[in-house]
Design a protein around this ligand. Structure first.
Ligand SMILES: Nc1ncnc2c1ncn2[C@@H]1O[C@H](COP(=O)(O)OP(=O)(O)OP(=O)(O)O)[C@@H](O)[C@H]1O
Length: 660
């Protein structure tokens, strides 16, 4: 140190300051080294004593655990966490679309803020931080990380625990699953096809719809439900017989008759998620569809909505197959412009090809069954067909009863003292028996069963059989949900209005179509007129051009004649034309000789008719005979004579004119 001091003293440095700096460096280095050693020792310890489970966002257990973690009170004590009002799913954190999560359990569940329901705040482990929570006598170390930090998406969960066996982790996953399923019990999860990436995107969870709220002809719902249940329970039966474990249902019929609603209801009843594909969506191709179908989970409902619409775009297939496109609905160019190249064979392959998923229930809906190719709707692809019609009287009665609850029998006797018509009750408890259904914030009169039955009967009698859609009836009942009696009294009036409205819409549609047709016709005529005009203009232009060319040739000829004249006067070669006139040329020039005298004479005639001025060089043909014939001022033809077809080429050399 003294030596160092001696070395530095001439430099005028403060040795004490230097010493302190060096000390700091040494201490800092030692501390950092110690930290690193301890971290790696701890990691070694963790690796050798801890059991670690990894959960990827792409898989279901991730959802279960995130859901479970969001419910852990431990986050309240944690010093670092994420707070969200969103739902955690495989496809990331998604804004809750259901809006049924309240901030405070104790608060009024009915409370709405500007029409929206309050949302519950959820606590989640923050990214890239290790949290420790206590679970069943074990400390769990939980780390949530980004799987692809560079791309900013994809998350993974790592849970470590000191334990001899992985039982504790199994218990944790099972518990998380149970809780998740319990919460999802009243919901149907909807996934939509993403044609850009060829994957499924979670689109939200919908409240289950009770099957009793769907009013169909007797036996239809029961038959469908029993068929679906039977299918789901017969995997082995299918395997033993080598039959592909798939079942298809084709729901066809008029719009607003309950096809989609029935599928949602069945999904809820069977506890299945719904995977929806719109075949006419932008970018849908054979490859995308095959990829999507191969990623459908084994137990789910695969829904192909408006099957016929996929083919009204004439998707790269012959017009004789599925959904024959009509003139008005087959814009052939659109599918190419939006990159949709779905073909019928592509669709068929994706439905039951090698890569197609097994165990799924395929539901297809269409309003135009007549447009479907028989290959698409054949048994094996579509095993069960259900026709949906406009509302029958039976359905009208059913939907009325669904809307207006009747007083339960037990309360009938107890309420004998109070007039039944005055009593008001909550609709959610009587009419829609959903366990988690929230109240609607209004009440409707509850009538006696007999009165409701009588009103329903009158309502049904007033409804014309098979004329109005169930959706239309529902719309009318919704408008009158608090006035059951008036609703029945006024139904006749409403039907007249509906008819008038439909008539008006029909008329408007017809007018619109006529106008469109007229416009099309006008456009076509205009196009044709334009084409004719263009053709005429073109012809006139060509005529003019021809005339111009002829004029130019004449001018050229005159110039040539004038030139020759001047050349003759000063000596030089001469061209002999058929009329015996000689024209001076360059000293040596080719001459075309015609074998036919008549031609030359006609040529000369035309020459004379043009006043002896002809610009066209070919027309100034000189006959051989005439060349042989000496003419005034014409010298001998002394050069080679070339035969070319009927014409001969000779070179004419000028000789000086003899001097008299
Ligand atoms: N049979 C029915 N029972 C109960 N409600 C019905 C019935 N039919 C239609 N509805 C009601 O009408 C509305 C439209 O029904 P839905 O979308 O299921 O009809 P759809 O046949 O699928 O129509 P589209 O063919 O136009 O898709 C829904 O709100 C539904 O509640």
């Amino acid at each position: 140190m003294d030596a160092l001091k001696n070395m530095l003293s001439p430099l005028g440095m403060n040795t004490n300051a230097l010493q302190d700096t060096l000390k700091l460096v040494v201490i800092g280095g030692t501390v950092e080294t110690a930290r690193r050693i301890s971290v790696s020792a701890w990691n070694g310890f963790v690796d050798s004593f801890f059991l670690t489970a990894h959960f990827s966002q792409e898989d279901y257990p991730y959802d279960w655990l995130m859901h479970w973690l969001s419910k852990q009170p431990a986050w309240g004590r944690s010093r670092e966490f994420d707070i969200t009002t969103r739902t955690v799913t495989r496809s990331g954190i998604t804004q809750s679309t259901t809006g049924d999560l309240e901030e405070d359990e104790d608060e009024d569940e009915e409370a709405l803020i500007h029409g929206r329901k309050k949302r519950k705040v959820a606590f989640l482990p923050s990214l890239d931080t290790t949290h420790t929570i206590y679970y069943r006598g074990h400390w769990l170390r939980i780390t949530r990380t980004r799987r692809y930090p560079d791309y900013g998406h994809g998350a993974a969960l790592k849970i470590s625990v000191v334990a001899r066996s992985n039982d504790i982790l199994k218990k944790l996953v099972l518990e998380a699953k149970r809780e998740y399923e319990k919460d999802a019990e009243h919901r149907v999860h909807i996934f939509l096809a993403d044609t850009t990436y060829g994957c499924w995107r979670w689109n939200g969870a919908r409240q289950k719809r009770p099957l009793s709220s769907i009013v169909l002809q007797p036996g239809v719902k029961d038959m469908l439900l029993a068929d679906c249940k039977d299918f789901l329970a017969s995997e082995d039966w299918y395997a033993e017989r080598g039959i592909p474990f798939r079942r298809g249902y084709l729901l066809h019929g008029v719009p607003g008759s309950g096809k989609t609603s029935l599928i949602h209801s069945l999904a809820g009843e069977l506890g299945l998620d719904i995977y929806v594909v719109s075949l006419s969506s932008k970018g849908m191709s054979d490859n995308t569809l095959t990829t999507l179908m191969s990623h459908v989970p084994s137990r789910c409902i695969l829904l192909l909505e408006d099957l016929d619409a996929a083919f009204t775009r004439s998707v790269s297939r012959d017009s004789s197959s599925t959904g024959v496109p009509t003139a008005s609905n087959s814009p052939n160019n659109t599918n190419e412009s939006d990159g949709s190249t779905l073909s019928l064979s592509g669709l068929l392959n994706s439905l039951d090809g090698v890569a197609a998923a097994e165990g799924r229930l395929l539901f297809a809906t269409t309003n135009h069954i007549e447009r479907l190719d028989p290959a698409l709707s054949r048994p094996g692809r579509m095993d069960v067909w259900v026709n949906f019609t406009h509302a029958t009287k039976w359905q009208a009665e059913g939907i009325f009863k669904c809307f207006f609850p009747s007083k339960p029998k037990a309360s009938l006797s107890s309420s004998s003292t109070t007039p039944a018509t005055e009593e008001k009750t909550d609709i959610s408890q009587k009419n829609l028996p959903l366990p988690k259904r929230k109240t609607l914030g209004h009440t409707i009169p509850v009538l006696e069963e007999a009165e409701i039955a009588e009103l329903a009967k009158r309502f049904a009698d007033a409804i014309p059989e098979g004329e109005l859609s169930v959706a239309a009836l529902q719309g009318y009942l919704l408008k009158n949900k608090l006035r059951p009696r008036e609703c029945v009294d006024e139904v006749g009036e409403w039907i007249i209005q509906e008819r008038e409205m439909r008539e008006k819409l029909k008329k408007e549609k017809a007018e619109r179509e006529a106008k469109e047709k007229e416009a099309e016709e006008r456009e076509r005529k205009e196009r044709e007129g334009k084409a004719v005009k263009e053709q005429e203009e073109k012809e006139t232009r060509e005529k003019l051009e021809r005339k111009e060319r002829a004029k130019a040739k004449k001018v050229h000829r005159v110039e040539a004649v004038l030139k020759l004249d001047s050349a003759t006067s000063c000596g030089g070669s001469t061209v002999i034309n058929s009329s015996g006139e000689s024209t001076p040329t360059e000293p040596i020039m080719p001459v075309i000789i015609s074998n036919s005298k008549s031609e030359s004479s006609s040529s000369s005639e035309s020459d004379s008719s043009n006043g002896g001025i002809e610009a066209d060089t070919e027309e100034s043909i000189t006959s051989e005979e005439e060349i042989d014939k000496p003419a005034g001022g014409i010298s001998t033809i002394n050069s080679t004579t070339k035969e070319s077809g009927k014409e001969k080429w000779v070179a004419v050399r000028a000789q000086p004119e003899p001097v008299d």
